[in-house]
Design a binder for this molecule. Structure first.
Ligand code: FE2
Ligand code: FE2
Length: 206
């Protein structure tokens, strides 16, 4: 049963209600970090709201903003890719056993990094153009459509481990996200390059 507080508000300017959720992500991430809270409950609430928020954006907001030419198709695809990266980090967090382990802390840190990166970029590259290019009437209509879908997903339950795993599988199947082995290989290349850059800096200092 989802906390009824998370179902508020049920309407409003789409930009404002999305921003309100972004602040909620921060609050819930903080609750997941604290040691004097019900971390298991905070983790479940965070999972539900992250999934409902992103799915409703992809279904009700991004396509409309693209059609109104507030954002490009490339930006829409990039937003979807970042949602898939959050889904992947969320799955690892949900799979971490217990709430007082190193694995819990590490996967929470990775999730926070992915969420913060995305909300920052979405606010700068998607919400800001929409503020200028989409009328207040349209933004109110989008706000109603987005909150209705988001709240429906929250009421149905959308972020069990199996549901998040299925979302990730779909993202790879539809090429929103590259297959895991390709991303691992890319990470290795990046790590090697970083190490090499560090060696160059150290050599220059001495
Ligand atoms: Fe968002
Ligand atoms: Fe998003």
């Amino acid at each position: 049963m989802i906390d009824p507080v998370l179902l508020q508000p049920s309407s409003g300017d789409v930009l404002e209600v999305i921003l309100e959720d972004h602040r909620r992500f921060e609050d819930l991430l903080r609750l997941c970090r604290r040691t004097d809270t019900d971390r298991a409950a905070a983790r479940l609430a965070l999972a539900e709201i992250l999934v409902a928020h992103a799915v409703a954006e992809e279904e009700k907001v991004y396509p409309q903003l693209r059609r109104s030419r507030a954002i490009s198709g490339h930006l829409e695809e990039h937003g979807q890719q970042e949602h898939a990266e959050i889904t992947e980090a969320l799955l690892a967090f949900l799979r971490a056993k217990g709430t007082d382990t190193q694995k819990y802390d590490d996967t929470l840190e990775d999730l926070a990094t992915a969420v913060n990166h995305h909300t920052n970029e979405e606010e700068q590259t998607i919400l800001n153009p929409a503020r200028e290019d989409v009328s207040a009437t349209q933004r109110a209509a989008l706000g109603a459509a987005w909150t209705a879908r988001r709240n429906q997903l929250l009421e149905e339950g959308c972020a069990s481990e199996a549901q998040v795993a299925a979302l990730l599988k779909e993202a790879v199947a539809t090429s929103v996200l590259a297959p895991e082995d390709a991303r691992k290989e890319a990470e290795t290349v990046k790590a090697d390059a970083k190490q090499r850059a560090k060696e160059i800096e150290e050599a220059a200092k001495s």
